[in-house]
Ligand binder design. Structure first.
Ligand code: HEM
Length: 560
């Protein structure tokens, strides 16, 4: 009796007996039930999503996008590899032309998922404006996080709306200010250029443009220009900023969801150095507020104090400042560099601009009214922003099923359903060179094309022309950027009226210039600086070795 009891309790059940549910069996049953529930949940979720997508596609008569980029390696890794090769080449964006020429809207099957890219103005308008709410920045936030933390440039939804309102208020205030604040900074720029010119008058303008825009932006944000620091400190900040921003925009953002994989210690150190630098300036403003009160601090550090009043958090304020700095510095420097690049290559344009600028007195502060009376200068800026837009490439991710107006079907004219999570990139660089909008001379620097105003109507800002983006995320620094660039151009041309292309410097046609990515804008011969990003000692050599412009400064013998 006791044996039978014992054996049935501990041993295996004999044939025909029902097994007792022991503790292990119970765990197994619960685990299987949970797994089944999870699978059903996922399956039903997917089925519902698919149903919803099919219904939307039917309602909008969507067709699939047929053109796609062919690939050879599994997961299309060869396409990713090629993209990095092109980015690091001498023709970072021109090298992408064959891809963007496949069709106005095309698919790419990368890592087993389908992504899209387009140069169709109607699609771009839908993404950034008409269906703005259907898209988000996706992995941009995590790509930028180590350098600039949380802020307007990488937020979506409610957080972005709040940041936008806060930052917008600052720019409304700035727009009402006089341009007096720029006068000493432009003065510094002019003397740096003059001081750096070789005895023959040769000088590379590029480093000075980057220094100038860093000065104007830090002056705006931190209440004092970056040039208030020693040269060594400034150079260190510049190098760290270059290195860290290329790591974020050039590498992490391109790796999308896998961006976190790129975090070498040098990158982390550069990010920290930039953040410490911004902390230093922000802390100064807070100290001033504690010593002299909020009202006095508002006079000197309006940007920081006003942000703080709303955010009440030192780190958040500092990060927001870094976002604006990243948005505003290299974009405006690039605008200035490319404008001079073409002015010295197009004598007729240079002469016309000089004539127009002759109406501005050569001393004292320049006023907004004076700048507004220079329409040809604005045409030159438009033309530069057309050929060298910042950023040259951009991307959004659908945060719900949404419809692109065009790209589907055999003729590419039907609407396209974008499923939730799908990424869609557009190339402003290629959009701005489309012959269908800009004519057969779209690859020529010709500011006159903007004069009548007809082209602007045809191109539609925010669709076929994205000088400062469009829709709800329209650049907040547009007026500031145009003003600081105009001020610098006017004064440089007045001081160096005989500026010309340096002898021996190649006069490459548009599209053949050596270009690379600098932070988030296009830079001339930046390929040397990409090497620099990896091994900084090389870049300094490269930058100093470039002789872009020859200047003749009175009273020297004019070269023209
Ligand atoms: C030529 C110079 C500039 C160009 C071409 C430019 C272009 C752009 C573009 C294309 C965007 C939209 C990016 C996106 O959402 O993907 C943008 C946003 C922004 N820009 Fe600019 N920008 C320039 C100068 C500046 C300056 C000088 C500042 C400030 C000092 C600035 C501040 C901003 C801010 C705060 C945003 C974020 C707006 C938002 O997301 O709501 N920008 N800019």
């Amino acid at each position: 009796m006791s044996f039978t009891q014992n054996s049935s309790a501990a041993g295996p059940a004999s044939v025909g007996e029902t097994p007792e549910p022991g503790p292990h069996n119970a765990v197994r049953i619960i685990a299987i039930t949970l797994l089944l529930a999870l699978f059903s949940y996922i399956y039903l979720g997917r089925a519902n999503k698919k149903k919803l997508e099919e219904a939307i596609a039917k309602q909008h008569h969507c067709e699939p996008v047929l053109p796609y980029l062919p690939y050879k390696w599994p997961l299309a890794l060869d396409l990713l590899k090629r993209q990095f090769e092109i980015l690091l080449s001498d023709h970072a964006f021109e090298g992408l032309t064959p891809y963007f020429a496949v069709a106005a809207t095309c698919c790419i099957h990368l890592f087993g998922a389908t992504g899209y890219f387009t140069t169709d103005p109607d699609n771009i308008e839908a993404i950034i404006s008409t269906n703005f709410e259907d898209y988000g920045l996706g992995s941009r936030r995590s790509a930028f996080l180590p350098l600039i933390g949380e802020g307007i440039f990488s937020q979506d939804g409610q957080a972005w709306k709040r940041s936008r309102e806060l930052v917008r208020r600052q720019f409304v205030r700035v727009q009402k200010q006089t341009l007096q604040v720029l006068t000493p900074l432009v003065g510094e720029l002019l003397s740096s250029i003059q001081g750096a010119a070789s005895p023959e008058g040769l000088v590379d303008l590029k480093p000075f443009m980057f220094e100038y825009t860093l000065n104007t932006t830090t002056n705006l944000l931190f209440g004092e220009p970056h040039s208030s620091m020693s040269k060594e400190e400034r150079d260190a900040v510049r190098d760290n900023f270059d290195y860290a921003s290329f790591g974020c925009v050039g590498i992490r953002a391109r790796l999308a969801d896998l961006g976190w994989l790129y975090s070498p210690s040098k990158f982390r150190k550069s990010c920290k150095a930039v953040r410490d630098w911004a902390t230093f300036f922000a802390a100064k403003a807070f100290k001033y507020k504690d010593e002299f009160g909020e009202e006095a601090a508002m006079e000197k550090y309006a940007f920081i104090i006003d942000l703080w009043k709303e955010m009440q958090d030192f780190d958040l304020v500092r990060d927001q400042l870094l976002h604006i700095l990243l948005a505003g510095r290299d974009s405006t420097a690039s605008l200035l560099c490319w404008t001079f690049f073409h002015l010295v290559r197009n004598r007729d344009v240079l002469e016309r601009l000089k004539q127009e600028i002759a109406s501005v007195p050569t001393d004292g502060d320049i006023t907004r009214e004076q700048v507004q009376k220079l329409p040809f200068l604005r045409c030159c800026l438009n033309e530069t922003l057309r050929l060298y837009p910042t950023p040259p490439l951009n991307i959004r991710f659908a945060n719900k099923p949404t419809v692109l107006p065009r790209g589907g079907g055999a003729d590419g004219m039907s609407p396209v359903l974008l499923p939730e999570g799908a990424g869609i990139a557009w190339s402003t660089y290629h959009l701005h060179r489309l012959e269908s909008i800009y004519g057969t001379d779209s690859r020529i620097y010709r500011p006159q094309r903007w004069e009548s105003g007809e082209l602007l109507k045809k191109a539609r800002p925010g669709a076929g022309y994205l000088d400062f983006h469009g829709g709800p995320r329209l650049c907040l620094g547009k007026d500031f950027a145009l003003t600081e660039a105009s001020y610098a151009i006017i004064r440089i041309l007045q001081k160096f009226p005989n500026m010309r292309l340096a002898p021996g410097v190649p006069n490459e046609p548009v599209g053949a210039e050596k270009t690379g990515l600098y932070c988030w804008s296009i830079s001339y011969r930046w390929y040397t600086c990409i090497v620099d990003v990896v091994r900084p000692s090389k870049r300094r050599k490269g930058v100093q070795g470039i002789k872009l412009l020859q200047m003749t400064k009175s009273p020297r013998k004019p070269l023209l």
